[in-house]
Design a protein around this ligand. Sequence first.
Ligand SMILES: *Cc1c(COP(=O)(O)O)cnc(C)c1O
Length: 373
Amino acid sequence: MNHLECSLTGERFPADRAWNLSPAGRPLLARYDLRPDTMPRVRIRDREPNLWRYREVLPPCEPLTLGEGLTPLHWTPRLGPRWYVKDEGVNPSASFKARGMAVAVAVARHLGLRKLAAPSAGNAAGALAAYAAKAGLEAFVFMPADTPRAFVVECRNHGARVELVDGLITDCGAIVAARKEAEGWFDVSTLKEPYRLEGKKTMAYELVEDLGRVPDAIVYPTGGGTGLIGMWKAFAEMEALGWIGPERPKMISVQAEGCAPMARAFGRGERFAKEFPNARTVASGLRVPKAVGDFLILDAVRSSEGTARTVTDDAMIAAAKEMSRLTGVFACPEGGATLACARDLAEEGFLKPDDLVVLFNTGSGVKYLEALA
Ligand SMILES: *Cc1c(COP(=O)(O)O)cnc(C)c1O
């Protein structure tokens, strides 16, 4: 790894200390020196079955692992002839937030940080609590009071300090921002430190390893957008590494009708997304009314000739049940949103019958019993 770079201005920063946002108030991205001999696919074939197998494209640190990554990519012809479900629900802490937190907590430990804090809709808190427990660090998590109970119990059992906030994730984020200096916390909010994105980008490396090519389309349930931005970055890295050519999947962002800042900005042709008022959805991972990486999400969607859509909560719950029934994957509402969206796009002809489509089930249904029962 070479340096960190402001995603808006391109300004560079040394990576040997802890950073949050750039001076421009935008995410910092990790940049590496990448050539075809940096990480040949044959060299990593027999490496450990977790995301640290991609160590050449991860920040330097002692790996911290609970077995995250290398999740199954299921061919699901009962959903669509060439449709696949990437099941992120089998990660430690039962969601893909494990990927991001494994790397962010590992780097934090490497830099000597002891107290990590984050606002969360649920899964990020659970993952932070788990990796902090493994690393022997302290975790402080802030969640909306109506977050599904499983997340609260999970965090407390991992020894995290939990505060329930009467408000949304943005209100939780404001509390972390206001108190972090006095409390000595390092803020590991989505995209407000550079390394959760590095962990999540490994999903794209796995797709190319599993499929031997890039898919035609990726349908991604978008909250803060870390996974979508991370995968988009990873495809560019894989091109530099000689894994793939200039081809890219259509990046399709799906949000809930009740909280759709990206879909709205995409529809209006805006580069940045305004805060979405009265955010409401049962998919707690999608209840993110304002995202600091908004322009990165919108850039990826547009340059890939993808799209940004919404589905209703009813449609996503029905589709989560259908995914569970037709594939054996216990889908979360966010995973259901990808199926509902892909169905709409296939009907419109945006997705073609022979397209290779990857749906992301980003977490396990087991955390959302209230919504799914
Ligand atoms: C956090 C979360 C999302 C949104 O992920 P981002 O990468 O932040 O957009 C989607 N689904 C689930 C289950 C989540 O926990």
